[in-house]
Ligand binder design. Sequence first.
Ligand SMILES: Cc1ncc(COP(=O)(O)O)c(C=O)c1O
Length: 399
Amino acid sequence: MAKKHQLDSASHSRRPIYMDHHATTHVDRRVLEAMLPYFTEIIGNAASIDHEYGAEANRAVEKARQQIAALINAQPDEIIFTSGATESDNLAILGTAEQHADRGNHIITCVTEHKAVLDSCQYLEQKGYRVTYLPVDQYGLIDPDDVRRAITPQSILISVMAANNEIGTLAPLADIGRIAREHEVLFHTDATQAAAYIPLNVEVLDIDLLSLSAHKMYGPKGIGALYVRKRRPRVRVSAQMRGGGHERGMRSGTLNVPGIVGLGKAAEIAAKEMKAEAKRVGELRDLLWHRLQENLEGVQLNGHPTQRLPNNLSVAIPSVESRSLLVQVKHDVALSTGSACTTAIVEPSHVILALGYGEERAHSSVRFGLGKENTQRDIEFVVECLKASVQRLKWLVAT
Ligand SMILES: Cc1ncc(COP(=O)(O)O)c(C=O)c1O
């Protein structure tokens, strides 16, 4: 089966099937085409608008702001461009802490957040802020009542991710947003993984700050955005990058116009195609889960069975060391054990550990991130590869 697939697809590509879309995605051709003129023809600095070069670059940036705002039901002037979600998370958390230092020093977040959020919070702890790291249940779900109970008069920010990048669990954003609003605490969500798959409406969900990244939604790497609410309430974050006062003074630096055009186009496509693609990829993911259950004895699901990203599947394969498995299959399929940003460090995933299962499960977990180019044929092929490799690994361990 494995061979057949490779031969059939040889004329097209001999590369492994890519199923690591939580780490990054390819750039959609339509996005690339929209970006290309901004490298060689429309070359102006969007802040240098006394001539046509700058003015046309500026118009492209403003169009992208509209496209991104439309995806989350924000206003264009509420979009701040950054270098990606890491920077957006840092700006949201450090910027709010600094801006509101006279109001309070308490931040509420969750143990399963991305390192961009956790490290920012830990940095603030060193500076004298207090951070509450809320637990999750065995599905990775945060309890909104825990959020309510954690709030004190000193609380200034709640930061809870929209969808987890390892196990795909979706947070109860509407409940948390309501609680945050009732207590007049700002609400930030890292929507990096959710933005292309889950409708996010910052008005309905009472979100004040929202992080996005282009390369997780078929746009280019190195460009992202932070939504900063401007009305009811007017939110401001202290700049973490100082300079020419770009982006309403919240993020200085010459704008990456081609990247911004790419992020805008990616957001426009995501808004248009989200419903159909979420359904398509969700069906593939369900098929993958069924096939894995049929072929891998004792395989267990990490994360919530239904409240999860449609393109995510995270499983534990008992008695199999997932790193060894990924090495075995790497010429056939590109998978991950967890978040790419921490794979340089071989330590058990903090997300799987937070589910309460212990290190063994963390070391036997594999993450599938499905995406636009994956097909039913890929699923069948990948399951065959995994089945053969798991048998081989078990045999090696037994002999
Ligand atoms: C949930 C989440 N937040 C933040 C990031 C960082 O994004 P970027 O690569 O754009 O800095 C990632 C990337 O893995 C992510 O999955």
